[in-house]
Design a protein around this ligand. Structure first.
Ligand SMILES: [Zn+2]
Length: 514
């Protein structure tokens, strides 16, 4: 640097608000993130080796223990804190084959918590729901399910996603397909309603009537993608078969081909097991009683390996912690990370933490939560905190322009009432913000689907989120003042005519799945 420009630079420094020391830490965060990234190995160990992290499974426990060990290896103190208990269950082998009128192996899997079959499995004919006139005729039909697998999802008119239709179909045939699909869906729902049951309550009725298994198909509106949630049966297996194979079987039943399938769905009921959050922290030196919290739920559904929901959020927070410990080992405020359990069943881990730790929650400087996929952060909203503009903007100014320029901010924003764990903190009045990602087709392709796997991770974007999170955390920790919690006055609700109120803390489910 020339002497004159150095002089001007030094003059400008106080204006920028960053000291030389701050600039060094910010530079070191980026250097460590780019030159010594641990993201790929962490991603491999978590997604490939441990696998999906359904609450109550041995894999969830393994993940908690793995995270504690990782933190300890980085010199960060960590522990698993029990917040409740859950039905213990372990997924075993699922194999689904059509065995008649010809043989074809089918793509599908048992739903979470499905009762298992023996290792020999069950072979039976498939049956679809009839046209139902009323509940009396349905009850008369019910005994026909005895000894059969019952298909309980509508046959989709197309396995192509809408954007594929939009690109290739004539506008007329695209419209025609959508109208057809709407009418089919409406007719399907009304048919079930006439049975006296709904989509959910019809399942136990079929089970009681002697069905040997339930065959579902929850298409996620994308090629090859089905959403995999929990079973509603108590004794018989529930499997989800992907759209392509499900549609084939359905057509075969409709045409009188009497297809038979062989299902092996092994699983283990493990009774009741404890449920945890993994908590790690780097103690503050000046204001140890004040907290900056990194937040990402640790659990997942188990159709895939939970790579984008929420493996990537988990990686961001772990890697940010690792880097901060290395380049900023003596933070002004305490930096705590929460890897929450059972977010997917209703934010249970994080809301338990909020309920159990008022001494922390009342002293939160900021919470940064990430939970919507692998994409780089594209928006941050002020969560309804009136002064959030002041501090969030100040912290963001320290983030390199290449990352910051993609981020849209909204102030004062609105308080999250659900969706992810930041809501648990917001409800308690703590400034908690969602680092909201670009979609990368999250909602249809990976969110809660069989396709939520390692190959969908976009590591460049995850790395950019690590740098953002680490710098925001550093800035929040170093800030001269404690953040304001002043809340906006919420607008009148158009529907009720009443003023909207700040979300209230939810009561966590401490014992679930039983
Ligand atoms: Zn999630």
């Amino acid at each position: 640097m020339q002497k004159l420009s150095l002089y001007i630079f030094l003059l400008l420094l106080p204006l920028l608000g960053f000291s030389q020391e701050k600039n060094t830490v910010i530079k070191n965060i980026q250097k460590e993130a780019y030159e010594n990234s641990q993201l790929e190995i962490l991603g491999h160990e978590l997604m490939d080796d441990i696998g999906p992290r359904l609450v109550g499974t041995p894999q969830m426990q393994q993940a908690h223990d793995w995270a504690v060990a990782k933190y300890k290896s980085w010199g960060i103190s960590a522990e698993n804190q029990q917040w409740g208990e859950w039905k213990g269950w372990e997924r075993g082998i699922t194999h689904i084959d059509m065995v008649s009128p010809r043989v074809q192996s089918l793509k599908g899997t048992q739903l979470a918590w499905s009762p298992g079959t023996s290792s020999k499995g069950v072979t039976a004919e498939l049956i679809v729901l009839p046209e139902i006139k009323d509940s009396i005729s349905f009850r008369k039909w019910l005994p026909t399910v005895k000894g059969k697998f019952v298909m309980v999802a509508m046959k989709q008119p197309t396995g192509r996603p809408d954007d594929n239709w939009k690109e290739w179909a004539t506008p007329e045939s695209f419209e025609k397909m959508k109208t057809e699909r709407e009418e089919m869906t409406k007719a399907w729902n009304e048919n079930i309603k006439r049975s006296g049951y709904d989509r959910r309550s019809i399942i136990p009725a079929l089970e009681e009537a002697g069905a040997v298994g339930i065959v579902d198909s929850y298409w996620s509106k994308a090629f090859g993608a089905n959403k995999i949630f929990g079973a509603r049966t108590k004794k018989i297996p529930t499997v989800d078969i992907q759209l392509e194979d499900y549609g084939m079987l359905y057509r075969m039943v409709e045409h009188g081909d009497k297809p038979k399938i062989h299902v092996v769905a092994e699983s283990k009921d493990l009774g009741v097991v404890p449920a945890f959050n993994t908590i790690a922290e780097i103690k503050g030196t000046e204001k140890p009683e004040e907290y900056v919290i990194l937040s990402a739920h640790f659990d997942s559904w188990d159709g895939g390996t939970g790579a984008t929901d929420n493996g990537t959020g988990t990686l961001v927070m772990m890697e940010a912690m690792r880097i901060l410990k290395k380049v900023y080992p003596n933070p002004k405020r305490t930096i705590l990370v929460g890897h929450w359990g059972s977010e997917e069943q209703g934010l249970n881990g994080s809301s338990s933490f909020v309920a159990d730790h008022p001494e922390i929650v009342n002293n939160i400087q900021a919470v940064f939560n990430q939970d919507n996929g692998t994409g780089r952060v594209k928006s941050i909203n002020g969560a309804g905190f009136l002064q959030s503009y002041d501090y969030i903007s100040r912290w963001l100014r320290a983030v390199p322009d290449t990352i910051r320029k993609n981020i849209e901010t909204t102030f004062p924003g609105w308080p999250a009432s659900g969706g992810s764990d930041n809501a648990s903190f917001v409800a308690a009045g703590a400034p908690a913000f969602s680092l909201s990602s670009l979609s990368w087709d999250y909602w249809n392709y990976t969110w809660h689907t069989n396709l939520d796997t390692y190959d969908k991770i976009v590591f460049d974007d995850v790395q950019s989120n690590v740098i953002l999170t680490a710098i925001m955390t550093y800035m929040a920790s170093e800030d001269d003042s404690k953040t304001s919690r002043e809340q906006v006055i919420l607008p009148i609700d158009d529907k009720t005519g009443e003023r909207q109120t700040w979300p209230t803390p939810r009561v966590p489910q401490r014992k679930g799945g039983m």
